[in-house]
Design a protein. Structure first.
Length: 251
């Protein structure tokens, strides 16, 4: 039986906060003791907040490319400048939509830069994704191992849109302690047929499951514990989920 347990007892996270301590306290408040096979899904937003990934838009001077893209997308030129700084390249720019390939390789809207639920302020702040989400996940995993006899695996999640479908789902942008991608090619199905292309995006599946508890708006639930998933003893980072450019058929 798979269970999803929201961790709501986390106040507004500020730069420099001890995130492992906050998560440990939230687990205790929910009456949860990490067990074998547990996965702690943490939204990228609170990781970025703790890491101080805030930028004051008043400090940003847009360049020529940012101004041109802002005219096309009808977005704040300062935000577009930040998006360009966080991206390898622009994938698509149309009114109200700016899709880029983030420097991590993930393709997403606005390079994952967020301006919602930032904890007050004058509305002139933006929040960047963690500098290295896999490294952030690994650090959380190590820190929680010092606090729990059986530390949970870690997934850092973010909300992505999907080509050809409306709506967003949560995906894994940082993973530690579990395989983000499970390669089942070479196995046999129930009829003895060889699996030739099957790879399972385990990190994304767990992130999406946790999204049922964390929500996308004013829910105020920045983390969830997923329990009961059968995980192989393998470790693969979220970077392994990124399809190489040579295999991108839609460029």
């Amino acid at each position: 039986m798979i269970g999803i347990f929201p961790l709501a007892a986390i106040d507004e996270v500020r730069p420099g906060d001890d995130l492992p301590a906050l998560l440990t306290a939230a687990l205790a408040a929910a009456g949860l003791v990490p067990a074998e096979g547990d996965v702690l899904v943490v939204t990228s937003k609170i990781v970025s907040k703790a890491e101080g990934r805030f930028v004051d838009l008043a400090s940003v001077t847009p360049g020529e490319q940012a101004r041109e893209l802002a005219a096309v997308t009808r977005k704040d030129p300062r935000l577009v400048e930040l998006v360009l700084a966080e991206s390898q390249n622009v994938v698509r720019a149309v009114p109200h939509v700016l899709i880029t390939r983030h420097r991590s390789g993930h393709v997403m809207a606005n390079a994952g830069i967020d301006r919602s639920n930032l904890g007050g302020g004058d509305g002139e702040q933006a929040l960047l994704l963690p500098l290295d989400a896999d490294a952030s996940a690994a650090a959380l995993h190590v820190a929680l191992a010092q606090r729990h006899a059986v530390p949970p695996a870690i997934v850092i999640s973010d909300s992505f849109g999907r080509p050809w479908r409306y709506g967003v789902v949560n995906v894994a942008i940082g993973v530690a302690g579990l395989p983000a991608l499970i390669d089942r090619r070479g196995e046999l199905d129930r009829d003895g047929r060889l699996l030739e292309v099957t790879q399972v995006a385990m990190g994304d599946m767990i992130a999406t499951a946790a999204g049922l508890a964390t929500g996308e708006g004013a829910e105020g639930v920045p983390a969830a514990l997923v329990r009961g998933v059968a995980l192989p003893e393998e470790h693969r980072p979220a970077a392994d989920l990124v399809r190489p450019l040579a295999e991108d058929l839609f460029r």
